[in-house]
Design a protein around this ligand. Structure first.
Ligand code: GDP
Ligand code: MG
Length: 394
């Protein structure tokens, strides 16, 4: 149709002159403000509020729908005849994602601010109680990702099978019950097949075992942390009881690193009554004696906490529990365990990891706390906030 014919039609049918611009406005509104799944695969968010990487480059960008449907990515920038500074950027959905880490926050109001939490668990044994405890947590599941690393051992094979069954049940269930993402890794580094509690706690196997655990934790961390991760909750596979609000409660403290106090329920043999006892001795504050011991040690020697052979006189959080004290009491720590420890993702992103080698005579989670401190972060614990380790009968 020629231009002359267009103008003739417009003059003849004034309704057409009205309908055309309104139709155009409706289409524009639909493209920019539609809340439906957008053409760009930005599920649930409108293109209008999406921030494009090039916006910082001050170029004009117009996402033309048909191009995005059969998009090809090209690094070649083309200019446009209409807008001389236009950059045609053909990005297929999900091909390139950009995040502004300055805007990623880990705050005291994590759930309200929709902060994403990654729960990381090295898992040698799958305990039903661990899984049901995880499922009773009330932090919104769409904000929770899970990561597991399982050793290449017989017990690992067994754990993997059970974990996969449990995962499948939740992830094919109701959409709003699903976790945002679940990653299961098979360990690449050395692992130890199940040792009995007293065997694995024997001092002589500690260095090797903790070094292997450090590697497993690092493999897990570096394979699962995403640019959207705000918090990481380290939770061992044998932690079977936490308050349902554990993530909300712990994030509310707004600490770089925060450890819960790991206890154990048991039945007293003599009285037959149910009791609780301290379990994790890796949450401690530094003592002058331990520092002096470290100063006299050879470079590759490691101090382990909780062994009478090495009397460090470090104040242990495990013994600071006060049944009548406030659950939100905080205490400063220098070493932490991995039982139930919340970490702001920026701490790991800045480079704090689990040394598999003696780092200031510390290793694994205790070495991690030291490394975070060297990076300028503070480490805290909650002596009156209890979570429970499974009771092993051996
Ligand atoms: N990936 C992996 N996880 C392990 C290995 N050994 C233990 N774990 C897991 O690491 C966590 C801590 O180990 P655990 O033996 O319970 O240590 P303890 O509680 O300090 O005695 C638990 O979640 C275990 O299931 C291993 O060799 N590889
Ligand atoms: Mg354990």
């Amino acid at each position: 149709m020629t231009l002359a014919m267009w103008s003739y039609r417009l003059r003849k049918t004034p309704m057409f002159a009205l309908v055309l611009p309104i139709g155009l406005l409706v289409v524009l509104f639909w493209v920019f403000f539609s809340k439906e799944e957008s053409l760009l695969g930005l599920e649930g968010s409108s293109i209008a509020t999406h921030k494009w990487a090039h916006e910082n480059e001050k170029t004009f960008y117009f996402p033309y729908a048909r191009k995005f449907k059969n998009a090809k990515y090209s690094y070649k920038k083309k200019s446009n005849w209409l807008f001389s500074d236009t950059v045609e950027d053909n990005i297929p959905a999900g091909h390139i994602t950009h995040f502004d880490l300055n805007k990623l926050e880990s705050t005291a109001n994590a759930a309200v601010n929709k902060e994403q939490v990654l729960i990381l668990t090295p898992m040698q044994t799958f305990h039903e109680e661990y899984w049901s405890n995880l499922l009773q947590m009330t932090y919104p599941r769409e904000l929770v990702e899970l990561g597991f690393i399982i050793p290449r051992t017989k017990s690992g094979d067994n754990a993997l099978r059970k974990l996969e069954t449990a995962v499948k049940q939740v992830q094919v269930g109701k959409k709003e019950q699903r976790f945002a993402k679940i990653t299961i890794l098979r360990q690449d580094s050395q692992s130890f097949d199940s040792l009995l509690e007293k065997e694995r706690h024997a001092l002589k196997v500690q260095k090797e075992r903790r070094a292997a655990m450090a590697l497993a934790r690092n493999e897990l961390l570096f394979s699962t942390i995403g640019p959207h991760t705000a918090w990481i909750l380290w939770m061992d596979a044998d932690i079977i009881e936490t308050p349902p609000t554990v993530i909300q409660d712990m994030t509310a403290h707004d600490k770089a690193i925060l450890a819960a106090n790991v206890y154990q329920r048991y039945e007293d043999d003599k009285t037959g009554t149910k009791q609780i006892r301290a379990y994790d001795f890796n949450n401690w504050a530094e003592s002058d004696i331990a520092l002096q011991m470290a100063a006299n040690m050879a470079d590759d020697e490691v101090i382990f906490e909780g062994y009478s052979d090495i009397a460090t006189y470090r104040p242990l959080m495990a013994y600071q529990y006060d049944a009548n004290g406030a659950a939100n009491t905080e205490t400063k720590l220098d070493g932490v365990g991995g039982g139930c420890t919340l970490v702001k993702a920026e701490v790991h992103r800045d480079g704090a990891m689990f040394p598999s080698f003696p780092f200031y005579h510390l290793i694994e989670t205790e070495g991690f706390a030291k490394m975070a401190k060297r990076l300028g972060y503070e480490v805290f614990g909650l002596p009156n906030y209890l979570v429970y380790h499974i009771e092993e009968h051996n």
